[in-house]
Every structure is written in C-alpha cells, then in structure tokens.
Design a protein around this ligand. Structure first.
Ligand code: PMP
Length: 364
C-alpha cells in the first residue's frame, strides 16, 4: 500500500495551512461547565415522544427541503407576528451564520464584529472567503451606537454581527443601541441572541425591530436555553428576502428527517424544555455574587455563564480545576476563565474546587 499523504502533500487552500479544527476540549469528566450547555436533560416522557417521532418518520425519501412545519413552529415560538417566510434554520446557529455569510459575505466583502466575542466568527468568515474585521468593545465590554457606527464607517462591511448577550463576556447591548445602528446603516445587521432567554429582560429582543428593518437578522439557537445542543438546531428570523438568500446557498436537504422530527417534538414541549431557565438565571446570579465574596473579579453577565478571574496563570487554574473533575473554559480576556451555570450539585463541586485552587494560589 502506498503511504498515505500528509496535509502538507495535499493542495490545501493556502489560508487553511496550519489551521486546527475548532472546538473546546471534549473530556470525560464529572462536571462539565465549559460550553454553556443547559445541564438538564429532557424528561423520559419527552425522550419517548422523540423516539416515536423518529420511528414514524420517512427515511427512503428526502426530507422536506423547506421544513415548513418546523419553521411554522419556530415562528409561533418567537411570536412578534412572524410567519414561515421569516424563519430559516440549520444544524446549529453556526450553520445558519455560514448561510448568512455565504449569501451576503464572500470575496472582497467584510464582516464586522466587536471583540472580545465568540471565537467561531472568524471561522465562519474564513470558510465563506469573507474578510473578518473587528473593533474593540468598551473597557466594560459594553457597546454603544457611536462605536458601532464609527467601525461601520471605517470598514464598510456588508455584514455586522452584534452578539447580545455577548459570548464570552455575557454583556447585553441595549435595544436602543441596535435601533440607532439600524437607522444608520444598510449593511445586514445580524443580532446573535443565542443566550437571549437567559437575559434579565428577555422580552427586550431585536425581534421587536424586525417589522421596521429589512436589513436585520435575529439569530437564535435551541442549543442553550432550550436544552437541545445535541439536537443541533439553530435558526434566524428576518425579512423573507433574507430567508430566500439563505435558501440559495444552503445544501439541499441540510436538515435531516430526524432533526426535523426531534426538533419539532422539542418545540411542542417548549414549556418543559425551557423550564429550567429561571433556575439557571438564578445560578448565574449566585455566581456573580459569590465570585466577588470569594475575592474574585467577575464580569456582569446576562447569559448562562460568567467570566471569573483574574488569574495570574489562567491555564494553571484551569488545569487545577480539571484535576478536581471540573471542566471550565479557558477563553475570553486575559486572566479570566468562563464558567457555565450548572446543576446545584455541579455548582457545589465547582465552588469546592475553586476554593481549593484559591487556597493553593494564596499559598495556604
Ligand atoms: N452564537 C454564540 C454567541 C454562541 O455562543 C454559540 C455557541 N457557543 C453559537 C452561536 C452556536 O450555537 P449552535 O451552533 O449550537 O446553535
């Protein structure tokens, strides 16, 4: 047999040379607080419903390419007078965003984001041949309209991405700011509301601006509040023409029959899926309170995670927590670790481990 080629032997796109596949470490540890998942699995009754939906599916035919039923359910969930024509979905909001950039980015075009922000965005840009440009958030990680509009003037992006609540800082951007930005640009403005359900005021959503602004896209996911990260369902709400643009670039039948069936069951049981959001919000607020009580800095968060620091050597702290079976995320501004809100048992294990790491750092 001929020796297998290495990547260096293959005609890889030059901009991919040296790149690693993206992803947080997936380690088998007792307490996983690293990827902002909802820690509560669906009930047994819901799993039976999902299994039944899969069992009664049709698999020898291609699935509904337009997944109209699911889009209708998503529209009903969002409200705000939205209908099927306003909704698009894919395998996670990661894929939705590559559809948006596939349609509105591309060679010679730019996407603008505000850092620190979600570490996947540069990859969406790279994979769609879109130039990735950034402007810094203010010192407290907030965003005001002047910062955004100045950056738009400077870079002339075709797509602007505003993440609220922001990952990894948890910072919300007020609706008034987004409204002012929309009044000042014709670029496609994507408001990534992946964590909106965890906000202190989830009803203050950019969905309320859709009727007035044809260039607005509101991106959501079922991965977080909806406790459906494994189901892979992200979606957007926008003007029908934006949905049509996404339909041009999507691969046909990108949402499998199983995904459509299971997501549809989850949406039918939205109340149960979202039941723990209040609890997780309280867990987040406790983290924001206890962190400083234990002598740590925290960044105020509207999401289901909190940045906690500041560590002189955050990698060492991450490792020491991991050695005690607690996996958090080494990401965000220097000296911080990001911790997702878990179950009471998981949080107890985290606080114990944190206290031990802190004692070790103080040389006790
Ligand atoms: N946007 C933000 C801000 C995120 O943090 C995430 C997940 N970490 C996503 C989008 C993607 O989520 P998914 O692909 O699971 O829908």
């Amino acid at each position: 047999m001929k020796p297998q080629p290495t990547l260096a032997d293959l005609p890889l796109r030059p901009e991919l040379v040296g790149e690693e596949p993206y992803g947080a470490p997936q380690l088998d540890v007792p307490v996983c607080l690293n990827v902002n998942e909802n820690p509560y699995p669906p009930s047994g009754a819901m799993l039976v419903d999902m299994a039944q939906a899969i069992a009664s599916g049709v698999y020898h035919r291609y699935p509904d390419r337009e997944f109209t039923r699911l889009r209708s359910q998503l529209a009903d969930y969002l409200g705000h007078g939205l209908g099927v024509a306003n909704i698009w979905a894919a395998n996670g909001s990661n894929e939705v965003m590559t559809h948006v950039l596939g349609a509105f980015g591309g060679p010679g075009r730019r996407v603008l984001t505000f850092t620190p922000t979600y570490s996947m965005y540069p990859e969406y840009a790279r994979n769609t041949h879109t130039e990735y440009v950034t402007a810094p958030r203010r010192e407290d990680y907030s965003l005001d309209a002047a910062t955004i509009l100045l950056a738009i003037e400077r870079f002339s992006p075709t797509v602007v991405l505003i993440t609220t609540p922001n990952n990894p800082t948890g910072t919300s951007t007020p609706l008034a700011v987004i409204e002012e930005v929309l009044a000042g640009t014709d670029a496609i403005v994507v408001v990534d509301e992946a964590y909106q359900e965890f906000a202190r005021h989830p009803e203050q959503t950019a969905l309320s601006l859709l009727a007035e602004h044809g260039n607005l896209v509101v991106s959501r996911t079922m991965s977080k509040a909806f406790a459906f990260a494994g189901g892979r369902l992200g979606y957007l709400a926008a003007a029908p023409a934006i949905v049509d643009a996404c339909r041009i670039v999507r691969l046909p039948y990108h949402l499998s029959a199983q995904t459509q069936a299971v997501a549809s069951v989850a949406l039918r049981h939205a109340d149960e899926m979202l039941a723990r959001v209040d609890e997780l919000r309280a867990t987040r607020d406790e983290l924001l309170r206890r962190g400083p009580e234990m002598g740590f800095d925290v960044v105020d968060s509207d999401a289901n995670f909190v940045l906690i620091g500041r560590w002189a050597d955050r990698h060492a702290a991450w490792q020491q927590l991991l050695d005690q079976g607690v996996l958090v995320r080494e990401t965000g501004p220097d000296g911080f670790l990001r911790v997702s809100a878990g179950t009471p048992q998981e949080m107890a294990a985290f606080y114990d481990a944190l206290a031990r790491v802190d004692a070790a750092r103080k040389g006790e």
